[in-house]
Design a binder for this molecule. Structure first.
Ligand SMILES: *Cc1c(COP(=O)(O)O)cnc(C)c1O
Length: 385
């Protein structure tokens, strides 16, 4: 065990003698030019040509009919839940192994997160286990899928493409269809990740992207809703821009709206970043392969590689211990941090956070196990040699 910590530390030190952060942006393209243009023309705020262009560029890159950009990924997820018709007191299924934003968005929409387990091959929701569970605990009442234990309607399933690796989407789409659940994809980490040649976000009725500073492409802060439903996209635009009727000067708002739009200056950054996405993806893939090679001789752990039929963006590279051992994981993290190599564990499972501890959940043994096995490695695109 001591040997594993030392080996890992030695390999990481040889890769990054000067240390490395977990994920930093790369600004090597037209960022300055486009942002400067916003400032020079004073179009920095809530409308502008970069907002329109970024939405068109995102739709085209992901192969989706419409993209609606937002202030952050959490706001995009929140809007996906609204578009899905999630109401007060509904339950929303989601993985326990996710970033807190997934569960926060559901709570903010008035719903109750309901945590489900993932599988080891994709790190996303396990469709077989989910189907068995739903068969056991749900009942159809007036066409709705009702949780027999809580008496509440289960309205939607959010899947999350963990660390950029696509979940098992065909099977998950089937389960959600069988149980009448709206399928939403939290694709915050998976811009540039494909399954069977299809971009993530294409299975659900709605998907959310994030452009936070640590994501593959950044706008400083930002997010987007992806959908093939034109009417839903128009509604998303309307609701995220204070629900104001289109009019040259009159202030008329037809419902309670949100100020969740992305400013033009952030969209300008996004346009410049998206131009470089193919090169970021190439570099991140190269870095993943360097990790696989560097750790290939070490027994007791492996570098996680993309699931079958998937082409992942390798947003964050992962070391996966042979078995769950939180103490060993923490020793590896401590030792890396001593050399300024800023590795991180996976997120604490959502059901263990104080605000979600009473939420409904299934057996989470695989998520529990993974939590004790994963170490996130430095993954900025510029780290690839
Ligand atoms: C980053 C992220 C989000 C959205 O985060 P924002 O910081 O609000 O943009 C949502 N879900 C997951 C899984 C994420 O990693």
């Amino acid at each position: 065990m001591q040997g594993l910590v030392e080996n890992t530390s030695r390999i990481l030190k040889s890769l990054f003698p000067d240390g490395a952060s977990l994920h930093e942006p790369c600004f090597g393209g037209n960022e300055w030019k486009y942002v400067k243009e916003c400032i020079d023309t004073v179009w920095v705020s809530s409308v502008g040509r970069y907002v329109d262009r970024f939405e068109a560029d995102l739709a085209s890159f992901t192969g989706t009919k419409r993209a609606v950009v937002t202030v952050n990924g959490t706001a995009a997820l929140f809007m996906c839940l609204k578009l899905a018709g999630v109401k007060n007191d509904d339950e929303v299924l989601m993985p326990a192994l996710t970033f807190v934003a997934t569960a926060n968005a559901a709570m903010q929409a008035g719903a109750h997160p309901h945590f489900v387990d993932c599988d080891e091959r994709s790190l996303g929701v396990d469709p077989q286990k989910l189907e068995k569970y739903l068969e056991e605990i749900t009942q159809k009442r007036n066409g709705a899928c009702v949780n027999k234990n809580s008496g509440r309607r289960i309205a939607a399933l959010i899947v999350m493409h963990a660390f950029g690796h696509p979940s098992d989407m065909d099977a998950l789409a089937e389960v959600s269809k069988k149980y009448g659940l709206v399928l939403i994809e939290d694709a915050a980490e998976s811009l540039g990740s494909y399954l069977n040649g299809r971009h993530t976000g294409q299975w659900g009725s709605f998907a959310a992207l994030s452009f936070n500073g640590n994501k593959t492409v950044t706008t400083g802060g930002g997010g987007a809703i992806l959908t093939n439903d034109e009417a839903a996209a128009r509604l998303a635009k309307h609701l995220t821009t204070t629900a104001k009727e289109p009019h040259p000067w009159r202030y008329f708002h037809d419902q309670v709206g949100y100020n969740h739009r992305m400013p033009n200056i952030n969209a300008a950054l996004g346009c410049a970043q998206l131009e470089q996405l193919p090169s970021f993806l190439e570099k991140k893939r190269k870095l993943a392969h360097s990790y696989m090679e560097a750790f290939s001789g070490v027994s007791g752990l492996k570098v996680f590689s993309e699931p079958e039929n998937a082409r992942s963006n390798y947003w964050l590279n992962l070391l996966m211990l042979g078995k769950a051992d939180p103490a060993l994981r923490d020793e590896i993290l401590d030792s890396a941090h001593k050399h300024c190599i800023l590795c991180r564990p996976a997120w604490v499972l959502m059901n263990k956070l104080p605000m979600f501890k009473d939420c409904q959940k299934m057996d989470l043994s695989c998520s529990e196990n993974l939590e004790g096995r994963l170490v996130c490695l430095p993954s900025s695109a510029f780290l690839s040699k």
